[in-house]
Design a protein around this ligand. Sequence first.
Ligand code: NI
Length: 389
Amino acid sequence: MQIVGRIAEFHNDLKEWRHDIHAHPELGFEEERTSAFVAQKLAEFGCEVFRGIGKTGVIGRLRAGNSPLAIGLRADMDALPIEEATNLPYRSQNHGRMHACGHDGHTTMLLGAARYLAETRNFDGTVHLIFQPAEEGLGGGAAMVADGLFERFPCDAIFGMHNRPGLAVGKFQIRTGPMMAGGAYFDIAITGRGAHGARPESGVDPVITASHIAIALQTIVSRNVRPIDTAVVSVTQVHAGEAYNVIPERAVMRGTVRCFSRETMTMIEHNMRRIATGVAGGFGATAELDFRPIFPPLVNDETEARFIADVAAELVGEDNINRAGGLVMASEDFSYMLEQRPGAYIQIGNGEGEGGCEVHNPGYDFNDAALPLGASLFARLAEKKLASG
Ligand code: NI
């Protein structure tokens, strides 16, 4: 394994920063302490620092030489509303908050690259270090883009990274084209007519209506989505009624949709609305659909996906790169940035077996052994993309 020598030297600092961030997790758009920590470190390294992009987002800028080329390297900073169930010495000190997705590690890896690049400046152009808030379903990526991220900090290419439990440390995984699903949330409000539970003939039962809608929605994936495409429609909540002997007036269903293109998402929304209103109408009830796309699908640019895989292969060897990783049904809001600029997103191994606890689990922890490797990849991406001389 070829970790950048200088970065290997400060591995202990990386661990210390990561543990500090881990002990003080903050939810999306509330990353006050975390963004202050990041901003302070960036300033210490000698970066120009810009705060408040996408509320709690931070940008560090490094320049060397006079090339107009610029690269963007992005990490996420937010934690999850989970009560940590580890006994780590640096376990969460914030009740009900936890770095259960490894964003503490991602932030630290990008800080490590920033420190190295600021010291060495062995590149020609501009490096933008993008510390994004609120990745966990709150739209931090979109907020930074809406705040003029790429107008204020132009980038020719952008790169992001996420840890992958179950993949050994020292291995990377990526795919070209669509890699992670786009996601939407939906609410279906059904209105019937309330009645005594013993006199159904005098009402319109929204519970029966909701049940039929839930079943019918499952035909969208099997009958409307092309069999060679991939999609999920999950009804995850059904709420109605409060008494044993009352047929309620209303029922609410909620859930999520995942797929890999905007066209498929639009098609699913259209069919969902037709089924919900049509089925409800058949029972004499009404249904209203509120459909909210949350993330676009994450799509890796072909050239940049090859580039990041090639740079990773120089670090760990081609044998440790899987360039044909599987589709991931989870979503990732780096996709908002990848819709704006060419770039790629790669998975970095977080360890197998004992260290392989899944993300979003209360027993999860980022693997410190991966820190210098991820920092090295970020650093080398900048040095290769902005090669001097
Ligand atoms: Ni994550």
